[in-house]
Design a binder for this molecule. Sequence first.
Ligand code: SF4
Ligand code: SF4
Length: 290
Amino acid sequence: MVEHAHEHPQPHDAGHDAPVAVDTRPKLAVWKFASCDGCQLSILNCEDELLQIAENIHIAYFPEATRAIVEGPYELSLVEGSITTPEDVRRIHEIRAQSGTLVTIGACATAGGIQALRNWADVDEFRSIVYAHPEYLSTLDRSTPIASHVDVDYELRGCPVDKTQLVEVLAAFLNGRKPRIPTYSVCVECKLKGNVCVPVATGTPCLGPVTQAGCGALCPSYGRGCYGCFGPQDSANTDAMTRQLTELGMTGADIVRVYRTFNAGAPEFAAASDALEAAAAASAGGGEPS
Ligand code: SF4
Ligand code: SF4
């Protein structure tokens, strides 16, 4: 548990008139790896809450918000982005070593993000198409989540993360308790809101049954199917999901694409998409899927 006292004046030094203030608030650092910065922007979007947070936490390292840098160690680190370069691998170990609690924020940090699509492709080909001098790039052939490299104390899902969940994680840290973050599906949130079920009413595919709650069933509330940006829920039944998407008329290739979006690298979604590709390959070859 972390103390979060405010600035306390120290006793007067003999021969000095002004007391020396010591900032005893826990230090927060926000780090970026391969990402679009959207999750860091969600922190800044907390606006009113951010002022209250800043009273209780010393925002010591947050380059997206301020150039002022206070040296570590840090009691709390929030980490955005995935590991895609050898330098990232070195840096995340360094960050872990100087962080008391480390929380990963967003689909990039928790599942490799959209950039995990490279895990099914030839990264050298991507590199040579996009860059005039690919020889200057040092990159890994896979995009991996932070937890594949160091111990992570807590993961916050979403693309981007939800502002309310961010505030809950910070409040839980300050009070020395576990964050209250649901692990059930988007369908639960959707039903609690009284929404009409999109696939039932309109036949629109929806990943809500296999996706972790947290967004407040945002897309179904506007008549769109869930895109799965919070990643797989606990015990996601992707076999049943695949069957339902097929019944709604989606091809195997389309279903592969919906699993491989924001959380392509999440094990459950990766396995479901791999199974579809294996079945398609077996069917094209006239054999059984391996
Ligand atoms: S999880 Fe989404 S919003 Fe957050 S950094 Fe990655 S791409 Fe951006
Ligand atoms: S609209 Fe989607 S998230 Fe909502 S209940 Fe139906 S399947 Fe679940």
